[in-house]
Write a protein that binds this ligand. Sequence first.
Ligand SMILES: *Cc1c(COP(=O)(O)O)cnc(C)c1O
Length: 377
Amino acid sequence: MLMIPGPTPVPEKVLLAMAKHPIGHRSSEFSQIIAETNAGLKWLFQTQNPVLALAASGTGTIEAAIINFLSAGDRVLVGNNGKFGERWAKIATAYGLEVQEITAEWGKPLNPDDFAEALEADTSKAIKAVIITHSETSTGVLNDLEAINKLVKAHGEALIIVDAVTSLGSYNIPVDEWGIDVIGSGSQKGFMLPPGLGFVAVGDRAWEAYKKATLPKFYLDLGTYRKSAEKDSTPFTPPVNLYFGMKVALEMMQAEGLESIFARHNRHKEATRAGMKALGLPLFAPDANASPAVTSVVPEGVGAKEICALMKKRFNIDLAGGQDHMKGKMFRMGHLGYVGDRDILCAISALEAVLSELGHQAPASGVAAVSERLQKG
Ligand SMILES: *Cc1c(COP(=O)(O)O)cnc(C)c1O
């Protein structure tokens, strides 16, 4: 049982759809599948622009955003309050951009006022992009994308590039309505699919910037993906079996509806947090900025490593550990994608049993707290 923030569980229907011989990616049969999945992705991303699918992990989508819309020497503001924000600063630096970081301590959200200050001070409009991680998976913090995006819009020149890898499909991001310029995600997160595809949606302002951007690119040149997408095709050989699965996964998501999907993730976030609190496990992210995809816990008096190991040994439930300086101090429970009420109840009850076995005195019942929250719908 995968309760990590990616890869996430995959429905049997999707697995079975993929259990077939591949077909030719230039066949009309496959072209039909691309047409259907492209339409489904536009629906999921709430955009009229094509959502480009790359045979890459989530990181590939943000690298693509950096090299397609920017040039060496451009100034970029990068929000860094965890492992992923740090990664985008590293990539931008690797490509010779002038990186100005806006940081917050791990476990705290980025402060929109810090962006306001940096953007307002930039009267010469040297800042060409603001790169932020919406749901920072390493800490379980959800940054305030809506507020930061408004500040970027007020600046007028900078593009906003969003890592929505664990928020797309779990949280409402009206991409076109908000005018998000570039937004990336990955198949193994909120899409109920195995790893292997990165998705990136690009708005008109970013395509304008594309014309002037001079960083070298070939495999990740998004212009070629756009041209192909318009013809229900792909520039290179895509993971065709993943597309078979994606068609089914998107149909399942459309049957559930966006509002229900977001409500389910919110319910699971709140139920998980209620369960952890009842069990006396301190949460790393504040309630007001908690990720809908992953909950980070910093246990006291009982080891995070021991909890994860026993969850695996006793119940075959996978939890994720902490990264970098939080290694061994934190565990993270994913509740993203194909996750139901039963999974949350099951994971928290297993956790309750494991804590008891480790001699941890829980102040209250996690199961009771979770079921109470789930009952509210
Ligand atoms: C998983 C993840 C990524 C991408 O990781 P890949 O291993 O490249 O797919 C990027 N950002 C966030 C917030 C993530 O959770």
